[in-house]
Design a protein around this ligand. Sequence first.
Ligand code: TMP
Ligand code: ASP
Length: 238
Amino acid sequence: MKQLELLYEGKSKQIYKTESNSHVIVRFKDDATAFYNIKRAKIENKGRITADISSMVLEYLNNNDVSTHFVERVGDDGQLCRVVDHVDVEVIVRNVIAGSMAKRLGIDEGIVPENTIFDLCLRNSELGDPLINDHHAVALGIVSYEELGEIYAAAAHINNLLTELYAKAGITLVDFKIEFGRAADGSLVLADELSPDTCRLWDTATGERMDKDRFRRDLGRVRETYEEVAQRLHNALK
Ligand code: TMP
Ligand code: ASP
């Protein structure tokens, strides 16, 4: 499908109009940002690698009966996606304690809780995507309680599928963030990237970090590690 004018440019992606009103092309940029633009860098080939990883993961989810916005890969760094009406919450799924949860609650990273943890955040980067709860989301008119039930069930199902996929790649899925949209018929659709920018991925054998924490925490070898994730996923999906 032909790419037309730029509709929107974010920190790490550009969204282009296409000939169809129901589809857009999402292009992944080489920019890395963290802490809401406080830390920024260009990482050569990052757009291509994150597009590759995100496309593999979304295609795998589509093939496992998860409804996502992903239609097909476009060129090296793009994806053809369905247009959806974005739901302004972010869902974070945590299998292992890390990041903001460890910091906020004063607990060590690496603890494995018995239950899966679901955080809900308001999608508002000016406010730093603050943590909210179900009642806030309903009071703000973003979702109904019924939709929240569907969102958590979908997030749990996606977590099971991704945990299994990453396990085949020798990687522990520590946590990830996802967003949803509503399709024309009102049904909920996963509408987000799924890449090392939005997931915590730890090498199961060594514990080495294979995600954006390498950039956030100045651990080095960001591109090389993202490439390694892509390569392992290619092998796991063979
Ligand atoms: P957190 O521990 O900083 O709350 O992050 C949890 C997960 O969410 C982690 O895998 C990174 C991802 N994430 C995003 O995708 N976007 C964001 O803006 C933030 C803060 C986290
Ligand atoms: N996604 C946010 C940013 O790009 C926060 C983060 O990932 O650390 O600034």
